[in-house]
Structure formats: C-alpha cells, structure tokens
Design a protein. Structure first.
Length: 195
C-alpha cells in the first residue's frame, strides 16, 4: 500500500511491542486486496471501524432506510462508560456494494478505465474510499465513501432494534482506517499557503 508516499512507520501505535510494530509495518508494506483486515472478536462492543447493518440513514429527500455502515467515531468518544455533559453522537459512513459502484462507473467510463479504477480501489490508492473485502457470510466486497458521513445521537443508534454488528476491524484494518481518515479529512500537506 502506498497512499501518496505516506510514511506509516513514523505513526505506529506506541502501545504495540517492537515485535507487534514490525508485524504491523510488514503487513502494511505487503498489503493487498486479499489481506485479512477483520476479526470476529469484540462482538459486544461498539468500536471505531465496526461494520453494522440496520443503521438508520435519512436521504436528502427525507426517505429513511436502514443501511450497512462503518462506525467512524472514535471508540473513546462513543464509549458509554465515559461521563458526558452533552449528548453524544455517532458518525458513520455507508457501505456501498463494490459491484454496484463498478456498474455505475461503466455507465460513465470505458471498461479499461473502470478496471483500472477497481484495481486502484482494491489496492487502497483512492483517498476518499476504503475498500472492504467480503469476509464473512452475508458480506460482499464493499467500499466506504468518506464524503458521505452521517451522524445521529448515540441514543438513537443504541435504540435501533434492527441493528446487528457484522464484523470488526483487526489491528491492520484499524490502522488502514486511521490512515484513510487522516488522509481524507486532515491532509497536512495540502500545498495551500494560508497566510
């Protein structure tokens, strides 16, 4: 994985042992669309990077749907054991079926351009998208569109009876999500002098 030359080694989590850091650095270096980025652990928790189904989504036209989504809020920010003085919201982005996205692209681009785009998506080279491969029954190859973020009160998320956790990110997947969020929302080297 090489997203605009981002040097991940400088940003490895401090809480990992040296052996774990080497393992994570190696996994990032060798990342491919077939890398395992999920775990079935933490089924009773709500963590950043969890994929859920049955999450409420209201379109601009006012239509309400239940969708599959990935949690983008920081785990500690939505941890209900933390004392809060204001209502907490949870932010998430929808999971889009990669095959449906590919079909949409074919209506606008040549087959070769679409093939190149899908290869770039699977290699995590597109900064506003995160590729999530199918990993467990009921999942398909998906993308997360980081420019389609929604927030709702955590209490509404918690009360959503139809919701179900599908999967959680493992250490590699969480680190990949952290990179993608950082690059998409907080590009320090934007090449704009602001005076």
């Amino acid at each position: 994985m090489d997203i605009a030359g981002f040097d991940y080694k400088e940003f490895l989590p401090y809480y990992l042992t040296e052996e774990q850091k080497r393992g994570l650095a190696s996994a990032l270096k060798d990342y491919s669309g077939r890398s395992n980025i999920f775990t079935q652990a933490f089924q009773g928790e709500v963590f950043q990077g969890d994929c859920w189904e049955g999450i409420p989504h209201i379109t601009l036209s006012g239509r309400k749907d239940n969708i599959q989504a990935i949690i983008l809020s920081n785990t500690c920010d939505i941890d209900q054991t933390n004392v809060r003085h204001a209502p907490v919201h949870v932010s998430y982005a929808p999971l889009i079926d990669l095959a449906a996205y590919e079909k949409m692209l074919l209506s606008k681009l040549s087959e070769q351009e679409v093939n190149d785009k899908i290869l770039a998506i699977r290699a995590q080279h597109i900064t506003n998208l995160i590729y999530l491969p199918a990993s467990v029954e009921g999942t398909v190859d998906s993308i997360v569109m980081l420019d389609m973020v929604t927030s709702i009160p955590y209490k509404a998320f918690e009360a959503q009876a139809e919701k179900r956790k599908i999967r959680s990110l493992n250490q590699l997947g969480f680190y990949l999500l952290s990179f993608k969020l950082s690059i998409h929302f907080c590009r320090m080297h934007e090449a704009v002098y602001r005076g």
